[in-house]
Design a protein around this ligand. Structure first.
Ligand code: DGL
Length: 274
């Protein structure tokens, strides 16, 4: 039995995203848990999810996670905020491994940091429409005041590599000025792509606003779940990463390079219906 447990600890962690943005989560997990093996699946053939209806997001996510299960993953991180907003109950019913989304950890960090003050949340249209962040925050602190805003132009800005300068700063100002005027104290980056805009966001928000990166928060939570469940890798060598995509990999490589600031390797196209 002991040997079996040991082997299982070396099984990879599955990371699911609608496309390429979840690499921000891979980055955070690699920093926090360097010895874990990772398998990432980005549904690049059907991205973006943030513009789609909840039921579509649920169907696509179920298919992708079923595919990831073939890699004997020991735990799953839903890196995509849109998928996290809609699919966690369904996934937890269907798959019996620890499953983490990004909403809960981001919400928890915001509540911990803004004892008074308002909390700003930004994300895709679908994420904001779902109310997942305000609902989760309200369960943690009833009196919390949350101001949400969908920022649909941020994803294309990041995918274009326009991370700094007058254009992203102007777009950020246009979306965020109303919540900044209401004196938010923390801002949850409720979308995989937004950490890439952090310097420009920080410039617009100023020092009074604490920027909360869901990618960082979920990696802390993952570390704690693996430790408590005795599932951490015992490896002494750095873990491996495998990247799977549902479309040809060129675009993933290009945008992934922008998000990670370095070249990607080991990217394979998969067919979900195989
Ligand atoms: N991954 C998505 C999210 O975090 C952003 C990109 C998309 O719309 O698919 O919400």
């Amino acid at each position: 039995v002991a040997v079996k447990t040991k082997q299982k600890n070396e099984y990879p962690i599955g990371i699911f995203d609608s496309g390429v943005g979840g690499l921000t989560v891979v980055n955070a997990i690699k920093r926090k848990l360097p010895y874990e093996n990772l398998v990432y699946l980005g549904d690049t053939a059907r991205t973006p999810y943030g513009t789609k209806a909840g039921e579509t997001v649920i169907r696509f996510t179920r298919e992708c996670v079923a595919h990831l299960m073939r890699y004997k993953i020991k735990a799953l991180v839903v890196a995509c905020n849109t998928a996290s907003a809609y699919t966690l109950p369904m996934l937890r019913r269907n798959f019996k491994i620890p499953i983490l989304g990004v909403i809960q950890p981001g919400a928890r960090a915001a509540v911990a940091q803004s004892t008074k003050g308002r909390i700003g949340v930004i994300g895709t249209r679908a994420t904001i429409h779902s109310q997942a962040y305000p609902d989760t925050i309200a369960k943690m602190r009833k009196s919390a005041h949350v101001i949400s805003k969908a920022c649909p132009l941020f994803v294309p800005l990041v995918e274009e590599g326009w991370l700094e300068g007058s254009i992203p700063v102007g777009v950020i100002k246009k979306y965020l000025t109303p919540m900044l005027e209401k004196n938010i104290r923390s801002l949850i980056l409720g979308c995989t792509h937004y950490p890439a805009l952090k310097p420009a966001l920080a410039k617009v928000c100023g020092r009074r606003v604490e920027i909360i990166d869901s990618a960082e928060e979920v990696s802390k939570e993952l570390e704690s779940v693996l430790r408590t469940k005795n599932m951490s890798s015992q490896n002494t060598k750095r873990g491996t990463q495998k990247y799977l995509v549902t479309d040809v990999p060129e675009q993933f490589n290009r945008v992934g390079g922008i998000i990670l600031g370095r070249k990607l390797q080991h990217v394979h196209r998969v067919a979900l219906e195989d």
